[in-house]
Design a protein around this ligand. Sequence first.
Ligand code: SF4
Length: 742
Amino acid sequence: MGQHKCDGGSPKAKPAMKKMKSGGGWPAIRYTFRKARDVGGVWKLYKALRTKNACKTCALGMGGQRGGMVNEIGGFPEVCKKSLQAMAADMQGAIKQEFWSTYSIAQLKAFSPYDLEHCGRLTQPVLYERGAEYYRPIDWDEAIARITKRLKSLPPDETFWYFSGRSSNEAGFLLQLFARLYGTNNVNNCSYYCHQASGVGLTSSIGSGTATVVLEDVEHADLVFVIGGNPPSNHPRLMTTLTHIRQRGGEVIVINPVIETGLVNFRVPSNVRSLLFGTKIATLYVQPDIGGDLALLTGIAKRIDEMGAQDSGFLQEYCDDSEAWLAHIRSVSWSEIYAKSGVSQSDIDAIAERYAAAKNVVFSWTMGITHHVHGVQNVQAIANLAFMRGMVGRPNAGLLPIRGHSNVQGIGSVGVTPKLKDTIFERLESEYGLTLPTTEGLDTLGCMEAAFEKKLKAGFCLGGNLFGSNPDSVYAAESLSRLESMVYLSTTLNTGHAHGLADEAIILPVLARDEEPQPTTQESMFNYVRLSDGGPRRHDGPRSEVEVIAQIAEGVLADTTAIDWRSMQNTGRIRDAIAKVIPGYDEIAKIDKTKTEFQLGGRTLHKPTFPTPSGRGVLHRHDLPSLRGGGDQLRLMTVRSEGQFNTVVYENEDIYRGQDRRDVILLHPDDIARLGLSEDQKVTVCSETGEMPGIRVRAFEEIKPGNTLMYYPESNVLVPRHVDGQSKTPAFKGVLVTISTK
Ligand code: SF4
């Protein structure tokens, strides 16, 4: 792929786009051929996508030993725009040497996320030193030596270690082990900014923090709730399953403040009937106000109770405190529920009637549920609803947090959290005769705040875009710039490489998953562990993540720990360690020999016994939060467009919302009229935390009046550092904004 115009001049905004009537379809097929042309042809792209590697994008899970484009029930061809965008990005040409003397830091700061992603592949280590205008290429030896010297000079608890969910289990396990033996628990991952509330909420309800179902269960459901998410954009192959359910006469209830194109109608390219005639996805679409989910979920439970449609036997036999919980929801008034959800009685009734009539129900959700100060409570309320009709703890029914990055669940499983699970802690100490630190580790935002207070001196980022994913971007840049040193292991450039640079910033180029010289493993959102074979490198220069981590660890810790770090460059050795210390991962030790991928034990719940202290489900009572805003204050939700995956922007257009650019605020026409604004008018959007000038007003009937949406990560500048007290996940949804025309 020749580099896109890597001059910060993002492609000129195309004329206002016609919004699509359905998701997927011929436009997705045309896009595939366009991308294939970019990377050297259809056959080249097809071969790359068919290798035995797990898909690099979302955690729905494709590929591995079944071959690329094969899902967990053997479905083929299962591929989507997100998958081929990530592949095409890795198939880019190398960033040329002269790039670093051509584009200054100041210029890189002006590049958009799209521009930076399309500059090409990183192939040589580069160094930024405070006062310099440019990054300068350095060789690996100097890079490793600088990092080793820096780490040896610092008190370990003045460092932090951030992991992206794209890294392998092996790299994740090895780096967290290195950080702890170095002497700190400031170890965290990107899920703190997305699904941590799911992990905390589910654990408090069912005793386990991940999905209770496998893909096969979802395929056999007759009703699926899709709450606070837009899978057609972010997990497109889930639409295959929803289409199967619809084609079998099943139901899909969507709860979302925005009417999302692909959730109304989707054309699955690999399903002829769906491709030609489209598939009506949502049989019921209900729009709460942003922040109204908890009240709505409580209202549905209250209506089910009024209908007597609950499974009282299940509640009494398999759940704690069901009577107290029922008494609580009976005590909540309907007027409170309407006022705090923004949803009418008739819509709540419609949901409850369909739920009461269904036999096998799966509840799925994403960040529309977790990105709130009451995110954990939202997840608990979903679990409450599932308990109410015995829709958890059996086949074809259950709970499904739709996770983000392809291995975000895996790195959590292998110990990338501030506090190790007791079992892992004990096994690591006993198995290897180690003494692990017991200091309290910081979560992701905790590290940002400690850096701001100069309590931290250095950071180490395994992939990801820490700066970009943070709320309050101005604060985040200031925090990171107060560090003495930051190390990034990356494949392409992102905004974090230009903003908030520490006194010394080093970018180390790493290999992509399908370029690894050794096999690696990943865990899907369905608790399925895949083996990725790796493959031939595309460029000289980048190194494998485990090789880099082991080399630095050897330099820093060789004479202080019992670990043979050099041997840990072998991913097989790392898997031996994972098998010994990570619960449920026993089979990983032989996976590269047997090529047999496996379902993690104890995660999929097909029996109503829950790994909670009592062995029973836990029902939670909640006080309902009031809806915020009103008047000229709007409730903002930051969202991903169809053209991006998390902070990575592959296309500036959002074809499903009809947007040709990203510097826009989408408002209901009534709000535009009420606020005296006009289409495409440039305004300044303000919040208690920041402001964004030059934003274009865009009419968008699909969102409820009083609510608005803008694109993440650019609009993070408006997002305060308010977090859910239990999960420490920032509230990227429900931010109060006003619009100034000055
Ligand atoms: S849905 Fe997710 S796992 Fe499947 S191909 Fe797309 S990005 Fe990959």
